[in-house]
Design a protein around this ligand. Structure first.
Ligand SMILES: [Zn+2]
Length: 322
């Protein structure tokens, strides 16, 4: 378990990276990561024909999205590269004792490598087999909001992906300043009725959530977990809904800071969420870009004095509960 003594020992190390190696020995769960962006950055640089640079801070979400589109997505054309990235990402989860991992693979992943979803599922199954017995991993289908703005909720691509046997949930991500379309509601309500766990990225940006109140309340009625969610703290109605429905918030402070949605760790009022009765976990999101393991974020939050050792232990336990 995480104790005050262990955290002090971690803080006494020369760097936060070295300190987080001490917390890395404690088992924890990872519930918010995008698998093809979860390996260490050096691997992508090695696979890429052109050199590139990842900034510590992005001006906005668009700048981040452009970098992914230009430098990372082209690498996914070769399944051999995807295989290397996925194996390396899993090794990294293991190196941080992420015993239970729920991660996502995007709707474009199979097509990018010119494979059918059935072929793709078989290949991924072989990669996961190499790690059998070492971790418990579940994969969600990652869906960009934008896709559902121009496609039917039961498009051929979605149907094919969800029937290949690889996925045990859905995770909707993307620019949340755009209103959700009818297809989002249809997708979420349909699959929730089929008992498929639903996650959605929300509260990642400092938006006027009041404007989206009715649509978000409707959506939250079907959601099991929210990725990010920190900015929802200013919205009492949504927080009440999250508490009532026991929705888990999987925060990634490192990601929010890199995307300039928050400036520093001290701004994450995690204690406020816990005191309200909301369950929270910490997750790595896109490790390739944000370069912070769960352990390192635990340490940064503790160092910023916004969570106690006991509260971190609550967060750690929440990451392993379901
Ligand atoms: Zn995410």
């Amino acid at each position: 378990m995480i104790t005050k003594e262990l955290l002090q020992e971690a803080l006494d190390q020369d760097t936060l990276k070295q300190g987080s190696a001490i917390l890395a020995k404690i088992p924890k769960g990872e519930r918010h990561s995008h698998l093809l962006l979860s390996a260490p950055l050096d691997l992508y640089k090695k696979l890429s024909s052109n050199s590139f640079f990842v900034p510590d801070k992005f001006k906005n979400y668009q700048e981040f999205k452009s970098l992914i589109k230009e430098k990372f997505i082209p690498l996914f054309k070769l399944f051999d590269y995807q295989r290397l990235i996925i194996a390396s990402a899993i090794e990294r989860f293991l190196s941080d004792e992420n015993r239970q991992v729920i991660t996502s693979l995007d709707l474009f992943a199979a097509k990018a490598a010119t494979l059918s979803w059935d072929e793709y599922a078989k290949e991924i199954g072989a990669v996961l087999n190499d790690f059998r017995g070492r971790l418990d991993i579940k994969i969600d289908l990652g869906l960009d909001r934008e896709y559902l703005n121009s496609h039917d909720f039961s498009s051929e691509a979605i149907e094919e992906a969800l029937s290949c046997g690889l996925f045990s949930g859905i995770d909707i991500y993307g620019d949340e300043s755009q209103p959700l379309s009818k297809a989002h509601y249809q997708l979420i309500s349909y699959h929730k009725k089929q008992n498929l766990p639903i996650k959605i990225h929300l509260g990642e940006r400092d938006l006027e959530y009041k404007k989206f109140e009715s649509e978000l309340i409707e959506i939250l009625d079907y959601v099991d977990e929210v990725q990010h969610g920190m900015h929802l703290i200013k919205h009492l109605q949504l927080l009440k809904m999250i508490k009532e429905r026991d929705i888990l918030l999987n925060l990634s402070p490192a990601s929010n800071i890199a995307l300039s949605s928050f400036q520093e760790y001290s701004q994450f009022n995690i204690r406020g969420l816990l005191n309200f009765g909301i369950k929270v976990t910490i997750a790595s999101d896109d490790f390739a870009i944000f370069n912070r393991s769960i352990s390192q974020q635990y340490l940064e939050l503790y160092k910023a004095q916004i969570v106690s050792a006991d509260e971190l232990e609550v967060l750690r336990k929440s990451s392993l509960i379901r």
